[in-house]
Design a protein around this ligand. Structure first.
Ligand SMILES: [Zn+2]
Length: 306
């Protein structure tokens, strides 16, 4: 495709090219893998391949026609991207506050998918951060997946596939994305003119978005004091799924903070190596349903004094 735009995902590319070449498109797909490895970009390329009438091969949208250009700009009427900004537009709220995708958002998306496309062409719905669907929202989605209108495709994009309901997952064809090779991250950063691409890529765990975030992180503030983890744990929301999301973010922020200090020369790699491993282990435990409060306390202990 101009799937070649998506780097380092040969296996996912092969699967999707196969569907397009055989003209057998599943009505639902789930793109899973770490943040910042090209999942959403690939979803847009796939939508372009379904719509482009100037393509040279089944999986090679031209990239220049009206359809391709409209998808790239996020303006194509037959390609909807449901993310925080989309929901914010519906509720007239701030994008940053849309932490969970709500049932009304999915209802809106479903209605749109059910409307016959003007020219009877493919309609694609891309649901970003699909693990943030509330339970009622997942049920709305499930109804669509059970009776998909013809020539519609749903693409669920998630870095936490395990948190999606099994009923939803069982109706989606799984497409797994791998972490990127260090050299691929470095090349993508260099393309964007980011300084220090080599060191950032080494700390990115194969994710371009993590590396970019690291490059933009402000100077970390000093240690927050020995009681900070306890206070943070006490302040967690009671709803388990909200607490889990918040702790997930906190673990990521702690790890990024350590990496940023290392990049600025404040901590040697020897000092951050073990805490980073422990934080990764805790992230895994959290995903296997460990108690968020305990995880946060343990994370605080790991990074104490650093
Ligand atoms: Zn085109």
């Amino acid at each position: 495709m101009s799937f070649s735009k998506v780097q380092g995902q040969r296996r996912a590319t092969k699967i999707l090219e196969g569907f397009l070449a055989a003209e057998r498109i599943p009505s639902a797909l789930v793109f899973s893998g770490l943040e910042g490895v090209g999942k959403t970009l690939m979803a847009r390329e796939f939508a372009k391949a379904l719509l482009c009438e100037e393509k040279k091969a089944p999986a090679e949208p031209c990239g220049d026609c009206g359809d391709c250009a409209a998808v790239d700009k996020g303006l194509h009427p037959d390609v909807q991207v449901a993310d925080a900004a989309y929901q914010a537009g519906l509720v007239e709220g701030e994008a940053a506050k849309q932490r969970l995708l709500q049932a009304d958002t999915l209802r809106h998306l479903r209605r749109d998918m059910e409307l016959q496309s003007m020219l009877g062409r493919w309609k694609t719905a891309i649901v970003c951060e699909a693990h943030t669907l509330t339970e009622p929202a997942a049920n709305v989605l499930l109804k669509s997946l059970e009776e998909p209108p013809p020539r519609t495709v749903w693409i669920l994009v998630t870095a936490q596939k395990d948190r999606l309901p099994k009923t939803v997952l069982s109706r989606c064809f799984p497409v797994a994305f791998s972490p990127l090779a260090r050299s691929a991250v470095e090349a993508l950063l260099a393309q964007r003119g980011i300084a220090d691409a080599s060191r950032l890529s080494a700390l990115s765990e194969g994710s371009v978005s993590r590396a970019l975030e690291l490059a933009q992180m402000p100077e970390p503030s000093g240690s927050a004091g020995p009681l900070a983890p306890l206070e943070a744990a006490d302040a967690l929301p009671r709803e388990l799924h909200l607490a889990r999301t918040q702790v997930e973010l906190a673990l990521f922020a702690l790890a990024q903070g350590l990496r940023a200090k290392h990049l600025r020369g404040a901590l040697s790699f020897g000092l951050i190596e073990r805490p980073l491993k422990e934080l990764a282990r805790l992230r895994q435990a959290l995903r296997s349903n460990a108690d968020p409060r305990t995880v946060l306390l343990l994370a605080g202990l790991q990074t104490e004094g650093l």
